[in-house]
Design a protein around this ligand. Structure first.
Ligand SMILES: Nc1ncnc2c1ncn2[C@@H]1O[C@H](COP(=O)(O)OP(=O)(O)O)[C@@H](O)[C@H]1O
Ligand SMILES: [Mg+2]
Length: 315
């Protein structure tokens, strides 16, 4: 288990992390979600022992990051934000070096490095200076370094940031493959990532935890949850359709889109309005091009939670 209690970091007058508390158990993939400057990296750096907390405490598998830092670090694999340092080193040298620091030597060192190289598909770039590698390969070198000692806890800071869609998919797959018996914490400002790889999300802004839920529950907070969106063909009369829908039981209100062909009907509370709207569409023979039930929109939930004022403006 990992645990933070009242974890706090001040940089001069700035409170980057403000009394954060949470626990994570094996099997959990926790997404640390927040806008830039929220305090994600600072929190992770405190766990990794790179930044001393101003106040509060944290533990990794029972070891305090302050009073038992070496034992805590032995249980942790950490991917820093951005690219690995040591750009002039080659991946083979770099991984050998990290493995030696982790206390491996001889055959065991070679086996550990070999396994990490294979898992991250680094075979073709082992002797090319890290600074000359593509972003995707740099990230993989960083991940290889993090998993080298098969730690029970992985803390990955923006593991897919700046990668192309295929590379993102690969990294997410890797996380999923490792998640069964590990604790994995990833930070991200990408909402779809939380939905794709995490089974728990902590939303953080201005150094504070604002939500701690499953992605599914977060999405249920969206005003779009169970809303119905439809689009008419060009000859459809959107105003007439909107008027019909407003009269359907359980519909709270209707918002029409500026394309003059689409609208979204919002339910009153938990009402399920799709069946009635579908029936009405048949009865009245609306020229429908599309009719869909909305599961909810994470980006809107995220904005509502992290910047309530701007979300209200955008709505
Ligand atoms: N070494 C530092 N010195 C001063 N301020 C810092 C330092 N590191 C981060 N900060 C500030 O702390 C806040 C949180 O930053 P960070 O943890 O990097 O956020 P995130 O990773 O969520 O984008 C930001 O306002 C950032 O400018
Ligand atoms: Mg960051």
């Amino acid at each position: 288990m990992i645990k933070a209690e009242g974890l706090t970091k001040h940089y001069g007058p700035l409170t980057a992390v403000d009394q954060i508390s949470f626990k994570v158990e094996p099997g959990e993939v926790l997404g640390f979600l927040g806008p830039n400057g929220a305090g994600k990296t600072t929190t992770m750096r405190m766990f990794a022992g790179f930044v001393p907390p101003t106040a509060g405490s944290a533990e990794i598998c029972g070891h305090s990051i302050i009073s038992d830092a070496l034992a805590a670090k032995a249980k942790l694999g950490y991917l820093p934000e951005g690219a690995p340092s040591y750009g002039e080193m080659r991946p083979r040298e770099f991984l050998d070096f990290v493995a030696a620091i982790r206390g491996y030597h001889g055959d065991e060192l070679r086996t550990r490095v070999g396994e990490a190289v294979e898992r991250l598909n680094l075979g073709t770039v082992l002797n090319q200076p890290i600074e000359t590698l593509s972003k995707g390969f740099k990230r993989r070198v960083g991940l290889a370094q993090a998993i080298l000692h098969d730690p029970p806890v992985l803390i990955l800071d923006e593991p897919t940031d700046g990668l192309d869609p295929n590379q993102k998919h690969e990294v997410r797959q890797l996380i999923a493959d490792m998640s069964a018996n590990k604790i994995i914490v990833i930070s991200t400002h990408i909402l779809e990532e939380v939905d794709a790889v995490c089974n728990r999300a902590i939303i953080i802004a201005h150094g504070r935890i604002l939500a701690d839920e499953t992605p599914e529950n977060l999405i249920h907070r969206s005003r779009y949850h169970n809303a119905v969106t439809l689009r008419l063909s060009r000859d459809g009369d959107l105003d007439a359709v909107a008027a019909d829908i407003r009269a359907v039981a359980g519909v709270d209100h209707v918002e029409t889109r500026s394309d003059a062909r689409s609208l979204t009907a919002f339910p009153d509370g938990d009402a399920m309005i799709l069946p009635s709207i579908g029936d009405l569409a048949g009865e009245k023979s609306w020229p429908l091009e599309q009719l869909q039930l909305e599961s909810g929109r994470l980006d809107e939930v995220f904005r509502t939670i992290t910047a309530p004022d701007s979300a209200a403006e955008a709505a």
